[in-house]
Design a protein around this ligand. Sequence first.
Ligand code: ADP
Ligand code: MG
Ligand code: MG
Length: 254
Amino acid sequence: MSLLSINNLHASVEDHEILKGLSLDVNGGEVHAIMGPNGSGKSTLAGVLAGREDYEITEGSVTFDGQDLLEMAPEERTREGLFLAFQYPVELPGVSTHQFLRTAVNSVRAHRGEGEMSVTDFLKLMRDKAEFVNLDPKLTKRSVNEGFSGGEKKRAEIFQMAMLDPRVAILDETDSGLDIDALRVVSDGVNKLRGEDRAFVLITHYQRLLDYIKPDHVHVLIGGRIVRSGGPELAEELEEKGYDWLLEDAAVAA
Ligand code: ADP
Ligand code: MG
Ligand code: MG
């Protein structure tokens, strides 16, 4: 069984069906890109996987390492090793990055049957990971994302991902208009953290990100379902031709 398995997922917002039978299987070590035009349901998929409350799941299933993901609270998903990065990261005024991550990291460790980290070890881990993703260590002393620039938020997010050591990371980069520096931050981080066991789902409107991160699989999401899957060449084809040529397929499938 795949690490993350989405089967015939239907999800609605306020009685309006947005995901209409989406299926996707992600194995350890794989990088999947999900691309699609605006409004196709990409962020909805990310929100459903994160366990956000705005969505009603009306049909289908999602399993993570064989367990029912949809039954888990958002924090449980994190503990199990799912990491969600968002287009607009939240600010947590008054909560230091140190506090926030120490709680999160220890909760993941406890779940794995590992003991709490000593303060010394934790500070060392923070230093190592900050260096790994080129994050200015000063930022880890401030409140989570408060007053961070767009680029700093991106870097902080990649830093959080490195700290949490997830098994599957989902990044919704859609529409966020990443500048070239932020794009480098994200792609360097993902490329460094890529590994045999860790999988990534990159949700992106633009092909540009995929100039820096070579995905193993590319999927096109239109009208709430995946209408085409392929290798990296599919992203290049989309860059050239846009999405229009696939709209017909989507209409037939609907
Ligand atoms: P994408 O990320 O691919 O641009 P979204 O998942 O954000 O698409 O949105 C898919 C569709 O669902 C859009 O038509 C959008 O207007 C609608 N939608 C998303 N979230 C909500 C919401 N909270 N309330 C009403 N409609 C929503
Ligand atoms: Mg499946
Ligand atoms: Mg979106």
